[in-house]
Ligand binder design. Structure first.
Ligand code: NAD
Length: 332
């Protein structure tokens, strides 16, 4: 038998959701996301225009996020979206898969489950922002939202500073139970609070909701706080008031997304800030921008979510799965 694949055929790797969960932990995701934010700011990695469309079927939103990281040699696309009827079938509403291609030949290299990776890379983005922008003496962590992503956010953030306490708010307070459990596992005290009280106590705040109106008001926030706005990733969504964005030092994963689909869209539309007022977090990682201006500045990270984050963690999964023999090889 001839083992050589016929012309045009080649082998690809399949990395399952289960293997991704085992191999890509918070440390790997942090490193991958920090690295790709830095590469984006150096102009070595580029996100391509996002496609997101209502299917007119199953109430679903479907789309592609793609890009190329020349520094990490990751080329690919995350495809998927939101199927609101899935939970009734015992499935996750957000569904995604990543395809990676060989940048030298364009041949498909790997197919990677994207659901777990999306959560871990989103949590890594806010964690990277906390690592580079939050005050070192931050003690109280505030979480706004208690949906699927929130526990990932809490775990990743908790590793960045010597936190003592979690304060949290959710539209339906009974859902806070999952965060109570995680805080307990992390040895942090927990208090369910109003949004105003959350602003009064928290040194670092993560917002991770699907809100379309401001939840946090500027006057509630402590001087020197760091806020990572992670829920706003679509036109019209909003988690904090535009005045807060206007007074904060604003950082983002990608400026083009921040002003169109991110938290800054409202402050920009109202003429309170301009594109030039927003700094890529990668500039801080690369040492090109100093980050926070003193202990009293409120810093805000507008985490819009970019395709290159997905490719970076998927690439990490493929590399590790290859080394450890955990990927399935398929001849295409
Ligand atoms: P989820 O559906 O599990 O939870 C949604 C959360 O938003 C819940 O806490 C819910 O109570 C809250 N919420 C919804 N509408 C609200 C409103 N009007 N006011 C206040 N709270 C409201 O979703 P998830 O998977 O946890 O994701 C949360 C959000 O983060 C989603 O909007 C999602 O699109 C976004 N997201 C962003 C990124 C990124 O990279 N920035 C990545 C993944 C998800």
């Amino acid at each position: 038998m001839n083992d050589v694949a016929p012309a045009g055929r080649h082998e690809i790797l399949i990395v399952s959701e289960e293997v991704c969960e085992k191999l890509v932990g918070r440390a790997e995701a942090f490193k991958a996301v920090e690295g790709v934010f830095a590469a984006m700011a150096r102009g070595e990695a580029r996100n391509f225009p996002v496609v997101r469309e209502a299917l007119g079927h199953a109430d679903a939103l479907y789309g592609f996020k793609s890009g190329f990281d020349r520094a990490g040699m990751a080329l690919g696309v995350k495809s998927g979206g939101y199927w609101p009827g899935n939970s009734a079938r015992g499935l996750t509403n957000h569904q995604s898969s990543v395809l990676l291609f060989d940048p030298d030949t364009g041949r498909l290299k790997a197919v990677v489950g994207g659901n777990y990776l999306t959560a871990v890379r989103t949590a890594a983005a806010s964690a990277v922002s906390i690592a580079h922008l939050a005050r070192q003496d931050a003690k109280v962590l505030g979480i706004v939202g208690a949906g699927h992503q929130s526990a990932f956010q809490l775990r990743a953030a908790a590793e960045q500073r010597d936190f003592e306490k979690v304060v949290a708010w959710n539209r339906s307070p009974e859902k806070l139970e999952s965060l109570v459990t995680v805080a307990g596992e992390l040895g942090l005290s927990f208090e369910g609070v109003t949004l105003q009280e959350l602003g009064r106590q928290a040194d670092v705040i993560i917002t991770i909701t699907s809100s379309f109106e401001p939840l946090l008001r500027g006057e509630w926030i402590k001087p020197g706080a760091h806020i990572a706005c992670m829920g706003t990733d679509t036109k019209g969504k909003q988690e904090v008031d535009a005045g807060l964005v206007a007074t904060a030092g604003v950082f983002t994963d990608e400026v083009a997304q921040s002003i169109t689909i991110g938290e800054a869209q409202h402050a920009v539309a109202a003429g309170l800030i301009e594109e030039a007022d927003i700094t890529p977090l990668g500039d801080v990682i690369n040492g090109v921008h100093a980050g926070r201006k003193g202990d009293d500045e409120i810093t805000l990270f507008d985490g819009t979510g970019v395709g290159l984050q997905d490719l970076a963690v998927a690439d990490a999964a493929v590399r590790k799965a290859s080394v450890e023999g955990r990927a399935t090889l398929v001849r295409l």
